[in-house]
Design a protein around this ligand. Structure first.
Ligand code: IMP
Length: 185
């Protein structure tokens, strides 16, 4: 089975290949533009993205969308995470959180998979807190200001440890279970 990973980021294809290779699934990179609708739910973005790609005649593919949802900011930046990271960045979030006691946040990753005419949509989550200042050099995006254990930021732990607790790791686990169940049918 081959699945097209629809993304502008070729690094993601390699990651998926590593995580699903043992199930006999080959991942292939495809850069196909589609409209991303504006909504507050990742699942909705992914579901509508899948519909748009199917209406172009596409089959057997994966798309995903992730974001960081801060409790005290009513879920912001959420589906706007990429844009907010590019514009005001981590300093912008830290400024919004100045003097705020409730530091709770959750990273979410939604993966949509079209396979053999079936639609699978899974959402992985990683709860944590927004730190008072950025820490660490590893990772990307909001990693320096997010901590899953309240002590170390995602930018201070290694990728292997991050994958074992992260929203993306959780979503991949859920998708693997669904794909295995499908193969057993
Ligand atoms: P994407 O949908 O996976 O491209 O993620 C959208 C945006 O969410 C990224 O541009 C990052 O700003 C943020 N993001 C998603 N996952 C992570 C993560 O694991 N660490 C830090 N930031 C992330």
């Amino acid at each position: 089975m081959r699945l097209k990973v629809i993304t502008s980021n070729p690094g993601k294809v390699e990651e998926y290949q590593r995580m699903f290779g043992d199930l006999g699934i080959e991942m292939e990179h495809a850069r196909i533009p589609y409209d991303e609708i504006q909504t507050s739910e990742l699942e909705e973005v992914v579901r509508k993205g899948m519909d748009a790609l199917r209406s172009q005649g596409l089959k057997d593919f994966i798309i995903d969308d992730s974001g960081m949802f801060v409790d005290a900011l009513k879920g912001f930046p959420g589906v706007y995470s990429a844009y907010v990271q590019k514009t005001v960045g981590n300093d912008g979030i830290l400024t919004l959180m100045e003097g705020v006691e409730d530091r709770g946040a959750v990273f979410k990753c939604c993966i949509g998979c079209d396979i053999d005419g079936e639609t699978i949509i899974v959402t992985g989550e990683c709860p944590g807190v927004i730190l008072k200042e950025g820490r660490g050099e590893k990772g990307f995006g909001y990693d320096p200001i997010f901590s899953h254990d309240g002590k170390r930021s995602f930018a201070e732990i290694g990728l292997e440890e991050k994958n074992s607790v992260s929203h993306r790791g959780d979503a991949v686990k859920l998708l693997r279970e669904r794909l295995k169940a499908l193969a057993d049918l």
